[in-house]
Design a protein around this ligand. Structure first.
Ligand code: ADP
Ligand code: ZN
Ligand code: ZN
Length: 660
């Protein structure tokens, strides 16, 4: 009698076996209802075997096999097996996280047919620049696996390269998967893709979609009916029977990294998937991650460069530093920046003032006794939000009203310290009373709808000065925007996190790229007290390559990634001692001792040691060899799973962590 080996969404590194009288290997990849404990679960059939690991008479019979969706294909399982092994995540969790909710529910809601969106008017494609043509020809759609980095400044026409490759791929009868960092920030891209391919079904997959739509889109991708799938990181696991090309736009973006559950990098999984499926993958960025850059420099990836902006009239913006050491600032704004804004107002152009800190002020404090507004649950300050008069923790969401007097000493004269976008907005309103000011951050723009209306207002010229966080930095064309002012960049220069310079550089390049995308010449003013810092010199020279070379050299000397491979074991508990004890025990396991190729560091509290009432510690493991680390991790993980942990302690392993 056949035995089903079934993946269930459980934190256990094994498959579950059930008897099934009439099952055959053709059922692999189908969902099945199975008894579990006192209830039932939906699982996925991974194998159908004549004999399982358990005696047949101990197995329960499986429930009905569900045939309303096509079986998950072999390459889907191959990808899930890789992710499970590489990221130390149970196969069942990996397989089930890839399915839309409706396919995992015992009693799914009835399915409704969606309305197909009306295709927008097709646009004639522009004639390619020589650089674009070279890049496109370098990617051989039918040539098996290849990986390329498309390295091009903002506005150099990377998207046009994607579209031409998509076109070739569609002509060859394949599907394309296009990954983008945050889909609610890129309705423009969706429109652009649909406009170029009006005859092709394009679906999106991201977390803001309603469940029903997400399921519909997933099914369209999985059946092969949708030839273009536009998605965020979660889309990398979508089954696509005719997949012929994967594109990862803004490949350096941190949002490709999943930060809970299975902590995977969708960018890295995309490269593995391309290799497994023997298809090309294209990673695009103006500021590639240093990992990708090292791969391209080292010849593992092809390097395709777009040096010029595609639109001839649009030149790169002039980037200048404003040395604020000897200046009197008003609410953080220097006189040269204020003058530059005034000039834009007179000319009827737009300015953007960038400050990557939302709220009114990062903290409220009492000068008399030293009280500061701290979160009760986290090692963090409560941020003052004057718009709705709340103190808010940006880490755990805790909030309460703004006190009238110091809660410790009763002093009525408590002050906000520092500055966020709300405070900047208020001051700009006073300094430029005639200007229409629009603040764009996660407090003012909460949904995709609001975002679309903000974009419309900016494009319609309804705003003169934009005040915003990194939300505004990403990939938008604002033709009338000719000035970008950057405030508060210095705080990231000397951060303890050695990846901070990489992130700062990418962010500033990106925000600088907003200026002067059309005919109007752009100007970028970066305020700093460290005008001699090499990072700024690279920015002024638009010199990513110089910056990357310097960073890679430092990392090589320090033995950091990409010259070393890391994993981190984290534990959180109500008491730090419990977390550290657990990590110490993990480090002392026999599986962890006598390692020649893998270094195991001491447990330490995390940089933000307390989050939402839990104390957090971590233990770094590192190797100069990825295979050595990969050989070590499963043995160690299994031994950790066998450790006795206090009941309120939770732990996880993260491979290739981005933040330590
Ligand atoms: P990126 O994705 O690199 O930021 P885009 O592909 O969005 O750049 O191109 C920037 C602008 O240049 C867009 O307005 C696009 O329509 C235009 N563009 C792209 N390629 C060409 C080309 N070959 N000729 C003229 N304009 C182009
Ligand atoms: Zn006080
Ligand atoms: Zn908090």
């Amino acid at each position: 009698m056949p035995v089903l080996r079934v993946a269930l969404d459980l934190p256990l590194h094994r498959l579950f076996e059930y008897r099934a009288d009439d099952a055959s290997t053709a059922d692999v990849g189908l969902r099945v209802r199975v008894p579990f404990g006192r209830g039932e679960k939906i699982g996925v059939i991974v194998e159908v075997v004549a004999e399982g690991e358990w005696p047949l008479d101990q197995l329960k019979p499986a429930g009905p096999v569900l045939r309303d969706a096509a079986p998950l294909p072999a390459d889907f399982f191959e990808l899930c097996r890789f992710a499970s092994a590489y990221y130390q995540a149970p196969l069942g969790e990996v397989v089930l996280q890839a399915l839309p909710k409706g396919l995992k529910q015992l009693d799914p809601p009835a399915r409704r047919a969606g309305r197909a969106a009306k295709p927008p008017r097709p646009l004639p494609p522009p004639a390619l620049t020589a650089e674009q043509a070279t890049a496109i020809d370098a990617v051989d759609i039918e040539g098996g696996y290849s990986a390329h980095l498309l390295f091009g400044v903002t506005g150099s026409g990377k998207t046009e390269v994607y579209l031409r490759l998509v076109e070739r791929c569609l002509a060859a009868g394949h599907q394309v998967l296009l990954l983008v960092p945050e889909i609610n920030l890129t309705p423009q891209l969706e429109e652009r893709v649909s406009a170029r391919f009006p005859e092709t079904r394009v679906v999106s997959l991201h977390s803001e979609l309603a469940e029903a739509a997400r399921e519909r889109h997933w099914r369209a991708a999985a059946s092969g009916e949708a030839a273009i799938v536009l998605g965020t990181r979660l889309a990398i696991f979508t089954p696509m029977p005719r997949l012929g090309l994967i594109i990862v736009d803004e490949e350096h973006d941190a949002s490709f990294k999943q930060q809970d559950g299975m902590r995977y990098s969708a960018r890295d999984v995309a490269v593995v998937r391309a290799r497994q499926n023997a298809i090309p993958v294209l990673l695009g960025s103006a500021t590639p991650s240093l990992e990708t850059w090292a791969n391209a420099r080292g010849g593992r990836y092809g390097l395709l460069t777009l040096r010029e902006r595609a639109n001839r009239e649009a030149t790169l913006p002039a980037v200048d530093l404003v040395d604020t050491r000897k200046m009197v600032l008003r609410e953080g704004v220097s006189p040269p920046l204020a003058d530059a804004i005034r000039v834009r107002l007179e000319r009827g152009e737009q300015s953007l003032v960038f400050l990557n800190r939302r709220g009114y002020a990062p903290v409220l404090a009492c000068p008399a006794c030293g009280w500061v507004s701290r979160c009760k649950r986290c090692a963090a300050n409560l941020v003052l939000h004057l718009a709705d008069r709340r103190l808010r923790c940006h880490h755990c969401g805790f909030e309460h009203g703004v006190p009238r007097a110091c809660p410790t000493c009763g002093n009525q004269d408590i002050h906000p310290f520092g500055r966020g976008t709300q405070r900047l907005e208020a001051w700009l309103g006073e300094a430029f009373p005639e200007a229409r000011i629009l603040r764009v951050d996660r407090d003012s723009v909460k949904s995709r709808k609001q975002w679309e209306s903000v974009l419309e207002r900016i494009h319609g010229g309804e705003a003169d000065i934009l005040v915003g966080t990194q939300m505004l930095a990403k990939g938008h064309d604002f033709p009338k925007l000719t000035l970008v002012g950057v405030l508060g960049a210095d705080s990231a220069l000397f951060a303890a996190d050695w990846r901070a310079p990489e992130r700062l550089f990418a962010q500033l390049m990106q925000v600088a790229g907003r200026a002067g995308r059309a005919e109007l010449k752009g100007e970028v003013l970066i305020q700093t007290q460290y005008p001699d810092h090499p990072l700024f010199a690279s920015l002024v020279g638009h010199d990513y390559e110089g910056f990357a070379a310097g960073q890679l050299k430092e990392r090589e000397q320090a033995g950091f990634p990409p010259y070393a491979f890391q994993a981190v074991l984290r534990a959180e508990a109500p008491e730090m001692a419990a977390a550290i004890d657990f990590l110490t025990a993990a480090a002392a396991l026999p599986e962890a001792s006598g390692q020649n190729d893998v270094a195991i560091y001491d447990p330490v509290p995390m940089r933000m040691a307390r989050l939402a009432n839990l104390e957090r510690g971590q233990l770094l493991v590192e190797s100069y060899s990825r295979p050595a680390l990969q050989a070590f991790l499963p043995r160690w993980r299994a031994a950790i799973e066998a450790l006795k942990a206090p009941s309120r302690l939770r732990w996880h392993l993260e491979v290739d962590p981005l933040e330590l």
